[in-house]
Design a protein around this ligand. Sequence first.
Ligand code: PMP
Ligand code: GLN
Length: 385
Amino acid sequence: MKAANSILSGYGTTVFEVMSQLAIEHQSINLGQGFPDGNGPDDVRQAAHDALENAPNQYPPMMGVPELRQAVAEHGKRFYGLEVDWASEVMVTSGATEALAACILGLLEPGDEAVLIEPLYDCYLPMIRRAGATPKLVRVKPPHWDLPREELAAAFSARTKLVLLNSPMNPAGKVFSRQELMVLAELAEEHDCYVICDEAYEHLVFDGLEHLPLMTLPGMRQRALKIGSAGKTFAMTGWKVGYVTAAPEILATVARAHQFLVFTTPPNLQRAVAYGLTKEDAYFAALGSELAAKRDLMRDGLSRIGFEAMDCQGTYFINADFRGLGFTGSDEDFCRHITVEAGVTAVPVSAFYAADGVDYLARFCFCKEDALLEEAIDRLARHFG
Ligand code: PMP
Ligand code: GLN
């Protein structure tokens, strides 16, 4: 047989799937892959049920059902003061994952460069490379993950077509500050490029911090593509419903990719998400405050055992330095070790780098029932004695 595509065949199975399978095999508490252990809000699930029974189940419009596109536009106005024309500036996708793919495939071509911030979410690099573009990586470093202004500026060139920004950032748990975003915005303007903003965790922000879409900064309304994820906002990660907001000409290009990737997304889920996005402010506020309490529980538990738990300003994840426990292997070894020997699974942070990444941090997912988090801490405490 002739060789398959050399870029994709060079990647293994994603770390999330590998660790989840390992967790199943060893019946460990899975704090690896990021998903809540609840089943999402009853009323949003009921809305999906009602739509499944009472609304059409045939192909919805390629851009998404109007009620969801309207709801995304209204959500942008309510939370960020964005003025968005739902008909020309919002598209529904099959999760943030497909939104990312459509943005990347729609905008990039061979010869282009894309600036990315490492550590990065797993699908960014393969998709950028598959689009034929060259990634230019800039690292933010633990424990504070500050954006290095000069290194960032040096990553730009006349070929830079786009920047991919993830805030709140997986796996760092970092929320980019206004100042950092201003630096990025200036560079994007100077080099005339697009900015794909993966804001999957937009409502999962803690300690009174504010998530600021780059799109709200001066000059960015015409350059930024804002991506959201219903899976995260409604705590049902299996619901692959995402949305892109961008200026009409940009969105039209991204829609060309979307129409050939998936064309559309299940209509009942779209209608339920439309309902969900109109929920009261208290719903959205509680997402952050409830998760922050779980973060505290996890951070305090890990610290008591001897981990050095990093700050976490948002997302589902907290990183912990395990070197103080006397473990001398890599982060991959460590995550396997605790799965098999302690009955708790985490994800190695080195998986979020192209090569030679930080290899002494384990990422723990804390969007779980308190009792489960406590049990995981007990197991780790017993193991590390
Ligand atoms: N971006 C980031 C940073 C993520 O962590 C995830 C995973 N949840 C996604 C995108 C994908 O989101 P979705 O499940 O909506 O495709
Ligand atoms: N975003 C999730 C995480 O970081 C995983 C999503 C997936 O498994 N593809 O854990």
